[in-house]
Design a protein around this ligand. Structure first.
Ligand code: KG4
Ligand code: ZN
Length: 334
């Protein structure tokens, strides 16, 4: 079965061809350079660029998969959560394409797509598993049981983990999105250089706004010259210290959830799952707890359409399809 996945919920225009569990193409056109000047995603710019990119991106995905539209069995498209204007472009295209080709349409929840990204390998998890969804827009700890059954054990009360990285990176004068830059600088930094706060809430919720504020005050309480010298001499150490704080909070939440639920298999998905320190710590947690750890390969951490096709194909196999009247839901939850 050949499924075309389409994803446009934020600033990446993506299409992928999925062939019975094998990804034959996975095309992502990132608009990051475009939004970098503004320090974040500008919704109007994003939707305009999705309109420009969606057709060539789909064409490229079909060409790289060495197939054509007539061979497709179904179209899976993200319908939420995300930026309404961005979602609208990908979903409208998916609906029109499915109708024109007379094949089923499957609307996919972007977060369900991230959860299913681990099924693309290298180690697909056994169910049930605990899934930490960490991206620029979300930080959720989810119990994944029977197919399409999700119990959200906790989520962020303020900033998402990726958002915390992006905001701190901006304070450090790094580019957008800042997570990859912080990760790179942290590789040669000392995580014990400064003890930034780790918030630990009573339940499985997370909070990262205190960390961001603490970095803001840490820099603001210095003269311009002092701050400049600090960032010149210790940028790697500061990145490592901030990264350690974020990773500690995430891994602590995951460890407590393993202890409380007795579910040993864990997965970490979403853009922040690309973070080297987080991957290492979660793998160590798996060794300590004796459970399997699933982390997607880097290509499937960041927003992509292969994960949307994977989730859509599972839904189709279970008999789920969406009507042509399906609308975007920008605040959709799991
Ligand atoms: O999943 P994603 O591509 O988009 C959303 O659904 O939000 O995640 C993007 C987020 C950004 O905040 C970015 O800074 C973060 O993932 N990110 C990272 C790394 N790579 C991407 N954060 C930390 N370390 C990384 N290596
Ligand atoms: Zn995402």
């Amino acid at each position: 079965m050949l499924v075309l996945g389409i994803e446009s919920s934020c600033d990446d225009t993506a299409a992928a061809v999925w062939d019975d569990g094998t990804v034959r193409s996975n095309v992502v056109s990132s608009q990051a350079d475009l939004h970098e000047d503004y320090g974040g995603v500008v919704p109007e710019l994003a939707s305009r660029n999705h309109q420009r990119l969606i057709v060539p991106v789909v064409q490229r995905a079909l060409a790289e998969a060495d197939t054509d539209a007539g061979a497709l069995d179904a179209i899976a498209g993200t319908y939420g959560p995300g930026l309404p204007g961005s979602l609208l472009v990908g979903l409208s295209f998916a609906k029109a394409f499915a109708q024109g080709l007379d094949v089923p349409l499957i609307g996919v929840n972007h977060l369900e797509g991230h959860v299913h990204s681990v099924d693309l390998g290298p180690i697909p998890p056994d169910r049930p598993f605990l899934c930490l969804v960490v991206s620029g827009g979300h930080t959720e700890l989810v119990h994944v049981g029977e197919p399409f059954q999700y119990e959200v054990l906790g989520r962020t009360r303020d900033d998402a983990a990726g958002e915390a990285f992006d905001k701190v990176a901006q304070l450090f004068g790094l580019g957008y999105p800042g997570g990859p830059d912080i990760d790179r600088h942290a590789e040669s930094g000392d995580p014990a250089f400064h003890d930034f706060p780790r918030s630990r809430l009573d339940d499985f919720d997370f909070s990262f706004s205190g960390l961001k504020t603490s970095v803001l005050y840490y820099l603001r309480d210095r003269s311009d010259a002092e701050r400049e010298r600090l960032l010149d001499d210790h940028l790697d150490d500061l990145c490592a210290s901030v990264q350690a704080a974020v990773v500690d909070v995430l891994v602590d939440g995951l460890r407590r959830a393993v202890a409380e639920t007795g579910v040993e298999h864990v997965a970490v998905v979403g853009g922040v799952a690309a973070n080297g320190a987080l991957r290492r710590r979660v793998e160590a947690l798996g060794r300590d707890e004796g459970g399997d750890v699933s982390v997607p390969s880097l290509a499937y951490c960041m927003d992509n359409a292969a994960m949307i096709a994977q989730a859509g194909a599972q839904r189709l196999a279970a008999g789920h399809t969406s009507p042509p009247t399906l609308d975007v839901q920008s605040s959709l939850q799991l």
